[in-house]
Design a protein around this ligand. Sequence first.
Ligand code: LM2
Ligand code: CA
Length: 493
Amino acid sequence: MGRGIRRPSSLIATVVAGALALTACSAPAAREAEDLAAPDVGVQLFQLPWTAIAEECEETLGPHGFAWVLTSPPQEHIDRDEWWASYQPVSYELETRLGTRDEFADMVQRCADAGVEVIADAVINHMTGQDGAGTGFAGTPYEHYEYPGLFGSDDFHHCGLTPNDDISDYKSREQVQTCELVNLADLDTSSETVRTAIVGYLEDLLSLGVAGFRIDAAKHMAAEDVAAIVDALPEGTRIISEVIRGGGEPIQPEEYTGFGEVFEFTYARDLIPQVLSATLNDPDTSDPRPGHVPDESAVVFIDNHDTERGEADLTYRDGDLYLMANALMLADDYGTPVVYSGYAFSDRDAGAEADADGRVIAETCGGAASDLESLSDGDRTCVHASTAIAGMLEWRRVAGSAKRLPGADDGDAYGFEREGRAVIAANPGGEAQKLAVPTSLPDGAYCDVVLTGPRIDAESGCPDAGRITVSGGVASFTLGAGQTAAIHLFSRV
Ligand code: LM2
Ligand code: CA
């Protein structure tokens, strides 16, 4: 959403392109490639400091064509080393382990200059979950239900439905929305004063130039409460609600699509098992896909910071198969994809590496992805800098709005075409496999953008290992175990 399709050719452009075609036969294709609209693809840079995100925007995200970056929560939080300190707000001051207010503002500006919008993670359902009194990262004193100058005990739900006021039954709408999520003081988001304070915080972030928000724990707030908050924000503010779909639960993501997008958890739950069991196949493309919100409401991902510590059986640790799943997501014609990029861990609570003052170290990837199979705890995965992902961003740009056609499979391998524009093939199995994918791409030799990265302005030739032949309406792939390959109209050699 948000990004309009730019029309490629005015009459003059067509005439000029036609004239150029007489002298250099690749000119019209090059011109058309330049005019393609950038796809709406995001990246979640988990627990990465603002100064590092700014650099990533300039060095990698902008050049590779990411449209937006989702940051970790920017508000003052409890003073602890675990990553999840970010999810316990103490005040709405922008002073955190990830950087200062000025650094945040500078990041938003530099990312915008690089063509990348910033989406901030908004933790507005709750405050802290500490029973005792404490002092926040920026020095603000607090108690469990007292946040001086911001909220007091009356501003919270005290649900009285369970012995400790904690949510225990996800089948109860009232518990899920008015009791406490793991002891986190639950804001009474039906109250005008609470809503006003939250809106003030979000407007402050908008004044620094953010494009919108991930609404953390949206399921734990009545949809009408979130709607009222969103209504008070300027038109065009992007809203992506996190509503974890749960079978048999009364609160479903569809309730939150009236005022923005939602993360669709079904997507990864469908795709990951197909990759792991080497049974890739065509999705049910009914509109909406069964068990999914409609396309225009869906933000999809392979994993995020919670699922990589929880339900996701496919993570950075799986190397090529993980990149395969991300490539297939980027190739699909459903939803807005978000790539996830965090750090290696074996302890689920472990925070990102920090200095003696507790500030997270601002490492950048220097434009290079990590070798996912050999990371040590704390190392950044740098998935957003991966050659395969960069190639697939270009592939998606070329695919544009072309339809996903029914795929082909052979043994463990599977592939499909986005009509007339691009073809992808993947072999999640353990043996090499040949695969013929029907295509209407013109005959020729094409270069695999998963192996080589973007091709439109590529200065290097295509290595032999990356050459894929299209002949007589068939793209012929030979895929090693765990290999993904993808070609598009402008990757012809
Ligand atoms: C979210 N989405 O709805 C976040 O994506 C998720 O990462 C958050 O949980 C959660 N909701 C609340 O914003 C994380 C983390 C929890 C952690 C909370 C609060 O996964 O483990 O809970 O943040 O920091 C921690 C302790 C928990 C304790 C709680 C309160 O793990 O044992 O509960 O703090 O002190 C007594
Ligand atoms: Ca709540």
